[in-house]
Structure formats: C-alpha cells, structure tokens
Design a protein around this ligand. Structure first.
Ligand SMILES: NC(=O)C1=CN([C@@H]2O[C@H](COP(=O)(O)OP(=O)(O)OC[C@H]3O[C@@H](n4cnc5c(N)ncnc54)[C@H](O)[C@@H]3O)[C@@H](O)[C@H]2O)C(O)CC1
Ligand SMILES: [K+]
Length: 551
C-alpha cells in the first residue's frame, strides 16, 4: 500500500509546492541519522532478516516506486549508475526488477564490483551487461545512453559516503547534470539519497544532483530537511524495506504529519459554549508594533479559542479596539513617558488566573520599563496558565544570565534564529550548522518546548523529541508571520493541548496556511494577515483528510 501525506488544496506536501512525500510504512515519518539507520539495520538483522534480504527488498521497493511514477512503464529506457557500496547493490537489484517490469536497462559501473555478489549475479542472469567505466569505453557510451534515456537512477553513494566525490563518480554525475540541462524531460531519481548529500547535516558535494525524486529506504533522513540538502531531494518517497515494526521506538525525531496533528487536535462538541474552547490572553503590542498584537489575537481566535483578550497599553486602546472587534481588552497602566508601567504586571496577573493560556511578547518593545514588566509578569504567572513566549519576551529573558534557572516553569518558546542566538549564546552559524541537534539540546537544557523557526521549523521537547515541519516556504519570511504562529500555539494550549502537541500542531497548521496562500498568490507578496482565514481552513482540511484521495 502506498499512503500519501499531504495538504489537499495544493499538491504541496513536503518542502515546496511541487514536493511530495509518500510512504509505504505508517511509521516512516520518523527522521533518522545515518547512525540511527545503521542501528535499525543491525536490529533488523538481529531479528532474523539478512542484509541480502534488506538489499533485495530495497531494490525491489525502489523499482516498484519508479514504476508507479509512470502511467505506462514497459518500454521505458532506464540508466542505473552503480557505486562501490550497498547503495550500488540496491541499484543492481532495482535494475533487475526494472528490467522484469519491462524497462530497457543500462547499468553503468563507476567502481569495480564483485561479480560473485548476489545482486551482480541477478543482473547478469537477466542478460543485462553492465558497462564498466574503467574497462569499457568510458564516458562516450554514457553520453550516448544519456541522450536517449527516460530516467536515471543514482545509486552511486548512499549513507556510507565518507569523503568528497572525485574521479569517475564525480564525472558521471556532472555529465548527468549537463545532459539534464539539454533534456529536461529526463527524470533523475536518487536511490536512498542524492549521492554526495550528507544524511545528517544536509551538506552536499559539488557533484550532488538536485533530483526529481528521492526514493529513500525505510526512513527519511535528517539531511532532507536541512539546507542545502533540502533543495536537492525534491519529491521524497519512503520505500518500505521490511524493517520490522517496533524496532524504532527509541527514534525521537519525526516529520510532523497530518495523522499526528489529526490525532492531537481538540474535539469540538456540538453543544459547546465559548468557555469550552479556552481563554487566551495576549500580552503584546506597543506604539511601534501595533500589527504584532492584532495578528496574534486574530490568529488565536482563528485557531479556535473561545475567548481572546488583548492586554496592552492603555493609550493604544482606541487603535486596538477599532482593529479587534471580537477581542476583549485589558488596559494596562503606563508610565509618564508612555511606556508600559512595570506594575502593569500585577494588573495582568490579577486577571490571568481566569485564562487557560497566555501569549507574551509580540511587539512589546524593549524599553527598560517593558523589560521589567515582562520579568515581573513571568515570575508571577501561575503554572495553571499555559504559556507561549515570543519576540520581546524572549529578548527580555536573554538579559538574565542562565535565565532558564530563574524562569524554570513549562512554556513554549518560539525564537527565530537571532532570538535563539541571544537565548543560547550560540552564534547564528553554530545554530544553522545543525538546527535539529541544537534545538534538541537546548530544549532539554532549558526544560522548555522550543520552536526554532525558519525553513523546516524544528520543535524540540525537553524529553529529547524533535518534530520538523515539512514546509519550507519563502513566502513566510515576512514581518508578522511569527506573531500568527504564536497566536495559533496559544490558542491550542488554551484548548487543552500540552506544550509539545500545541507547538507541533501549531507549526503544521501555520505551514498549511502558508502553503494555501502560496498556492493562490505565489511566494512573493504574501503578508501575514493573508494567513488568518487559512487557519480554520487548514484545520478543516486536516479533519477531513481522507487517505484514499491521495492515490
Ligand atoms: N541501512 C539499511 O538498513 C540498508 C541500507 N542499504 C543501502 O546501503 C547504503 C549504505 O551502504 P554503504 O555500503 O555503507 O555505503 P555506500 O553505498 O554509500 O558507499 C560506501 C562505499 O563507498 C566508499 N566511499 C565512500 N565515500 C566515497 C567517495 N567519496 N569516493 C569513493 N568511494 C567512497 C566507501 O569506502 C564504501 O566502500 C544505504 O544508503 C542504502 O542504499 C541497503 O542495502 C538496505 C538496508
Ligand atoms: K544514491
């Protein structure tokens, strides 16, 4: 069975509008490193499956996925590039299976292989004569095949790459890239991963091909969601290679998918009243940042909260009241200089006991009085009120050394890379070099759910889990989209979700809303308020998800 996970109102699933991830196993949304993949392989072998069986399954599954890409496969011309290791072995099995399915196959050996190897023998038994770049006519034959082939399967290197790609493999991959420019109709498919892509870091070799499809084995690899690798995998298919269920229980990384989100979304009874869906207080806004507060309030309401209250400076009330008609308002006292008065914290705290969740930070500004207000608010807030902190609340926290020891309660933090750098003391470069691992470690150290925003947002939990957004949407890189995310997460917290569930469901819904806008208007010119009406639509779409509609 092939199950598709995706957003219904565009063909987006993972990565971009044209990217899709499909999976043949229901546990395949886990994300692995190469070490974890090797461990799973070892466990599978210990449970009684031989390596040869896994390779056989892998090659056959890849061939099945490839056949499924074409309306009619028999007669198609396929070129399989074979490297020195097990990735090449999988490629040999796939070549044989593709031939059995009616393809006209060329197999190109870029490194010597053992002719006694079972996979090699399978190929010979099917009367396929591998062309050996070392002893045959080198690249002139390859060029000729490339001029005619319908598809190229890259089985040169997989998870075992250990150094830069040079020599014949590099030259062959470069030739494929060159011919593809001339023949865009030629489909390029990566077996397990595009050769040269680092499955752990997303780094790529100069020779790595940006393929049309990546048919990956057993599990998606972390590097598919880290840049630059994320730009090379395109449509990702996860092939079932027969790793028994239950061996991956300790794999703690996942791609957020619709099934998870559906399972955690709050149920909405028909006899509900506004108290049923929770109350959110948004503590936000300043004269400079009016929009941040309004976006957070509106998105909290659009994500289903029963009541949203904006706590903001008294002198801004007339503006907020005009912009937010469904929201109620708590007017906070100001200093003589029109800054938020620190004692406004006590005003907010006295009302907060009636709220299920609070979102603190969007657009508050960083005046010293505001920083003191934030510190007083955060130190007085009850554990019964769930909390999401964004923007200036994070900036205020960062001013206290070892802030997590002082602010030691549960909360969701939603930093972008710059805010994360301030909170952690790491450089932007250190964060970008390994966003998933950095997020996991800091979530554990800080004891918070951390949403590290960016292309493929990462959500880290203090217990070591990480959940990665399937979406990388440049349209969302504009002012105010983060305030919308904060409002959604606060809303889900108020509706009863725990911090990790609210954060990963919020990130997914926000991503869907962004993809819907991108589907309508493209990825330039999207503004944060475009997302608002798409939030309930995204939730509706998740609830209506019907697997049968995918394939
Ligand atoms: N993990 C599983 O459950 C399964 C994985 N399969 C496939 O196995 C590959 C990984 O295989 P491995 O042999 O470890 O690695 P590679 O095929 O990537 O190649 C390693 C091979 O190449 C040499 N090498 C490394 N870097 C270079 C380089 N830059 N230039 C030249 N040579 C290089 C290295 O010394 C080795 O000899 C995985 O991706 C899956 O496709 C399965 O078969 C099924 C189970
Ligand atoms: K490969």
């Amino acid at each position: 069975m092939r199950v598709c996970f995706g957003f219904r109102y565009s063909n987006f699933v993972f990565g971009s509008l044209t990217a899709t991830i499909s999976t043949a196993t229901l546990n395949a949304m886990k994300l692995v490193t190469s070490t974890e993949m090797n461990l799973l392989e070892k466990r599978a072998v210990e449970s009684g499956i031989s390596l040869a069986d896994l390779m056989r399954n892998a090659g056959q599954a890849v061939a099945t996925e490839i056949c499924g890409l074409f309306d009619s496969f028999p007669g198609k011309k396929a070129l399989v590039l074979i490297g020195p290791g097990n990735n090449g072995g999988d490629g040999l099995v796939a070549a044989r299976s593709l031939k059995d399915a009616g393809a006209i196959i060329s197999v190109y050996l870029l490194s010597p292989r053992d002719p006694e190897d079972f996979a090699y023998k399978q190929v010979l038994e099917a009367d396929i004569n591998p062309i050996d770049v070392q002893s045959d006519a080198g690249f002139s034959k390859l060029r000729k095949i490339l001029d005619e082939t319908d598809l190229v399967l890259d089985a040169v290197f997989g998870t075992g790459l250990s150094r830069p790609v040079t020599g014949a493999p590099a030259a062959a991959l470069a030739l494929v890239a060159e011919v593809r420019e001339e023949r865009p109709e030629m489909i390029v498919i990566a077996l397990d991963l595009p050769s040269g892509l680092n499955p752990d870091t997303g780094e790529v070799d100069d020779s790595t091909l940006a393929v049309d499809y990546t048919i990956t084995l057993g599990y998606a690899k972390r590097g598919f969601f880290l840049f630059p690798g994320a730009d090379y995998t395109r449509q990702i298919l996860v092939a079932n290679i027969g790793i028994p269920e239950g061996l991956d229980d300790d794999i703690l990384s996942e791609v957020i998918d619709e099934h998870d989100v559906l399972a955690i979304l709050p149920i909405r009874p028909s006899d509900a009243h506004k108290g049923s869906f929770g109350k959110v207080m948004v503590v936000a806004g300043s004269a400079e940042f009016i929009g941040a507060a309004t976006l957070a309030c509106q998105s909290a309401a659009r994500a289903g909260a029963g009541l949203v209250t904006l706590a903001a400076r008294r002198s801004l009330h007339h503006i907020f009241a005009a912009k937010l008609i469904e929201t109620t308002h708590l007017l906070l006292p100001e200093t003589m200089h029109n800054e938020l008065a620190p004692e406004a914290a006590e005003v907010a705290l006295s009302k907060l006991t009636k709220y299920d969740a609070a979102a603190v930070g969007p657009g508050l500004g960083q005046a010293p009085e505001t920083v003191e207000f934030i510190h007083r608010l955060l130190s007085g807030i009850s554990e019964n009120t769930k909390l999401v902190l964004d923007a200036d609340a994070l900036n205020a926290l960062s001013l206290t050394p070892d802030w997590w020891k002082v602010f030691d309660r549960r909360a969701v933090l939603t930093p972008h890379t710059g805010e994360f750098a301030r909170l952690s003391g790491l450089s932007i470069g250190e964060i970008l070099a390994n966003r998933m691992e950095v997020c996991r470690k800091k979530a554990a150290l800080w004891g918070k759910v951390v949403v590290l925003k960016g292309a493929h947002t990462v959500v880290g939990s203090p217990d070591g889990r990480i959940a990665v957004s399937p979406s990388a949407n440049p349209g969302l890189a504009s002012g105010g989209t983060g305030d919308v995310l904060t409002g959604i997460i606060a809303s889900l917290l108020a509706q009863g979700l725990d911090e990790f569930d609210a954060a990963r469901a919020g990130v997914y819904i926000h991503a869907m809303a962004g993809e819907a806008v991108r589907g309508n208007i493209g990825d330039a010119g999207m503004i944060a308020s475009d997302l608002l009406i798409q939030i309930p639509r995204a939730i509706k779409s998740i609830k209506e998800h019907d697997h049968a509609s995918c394939h």
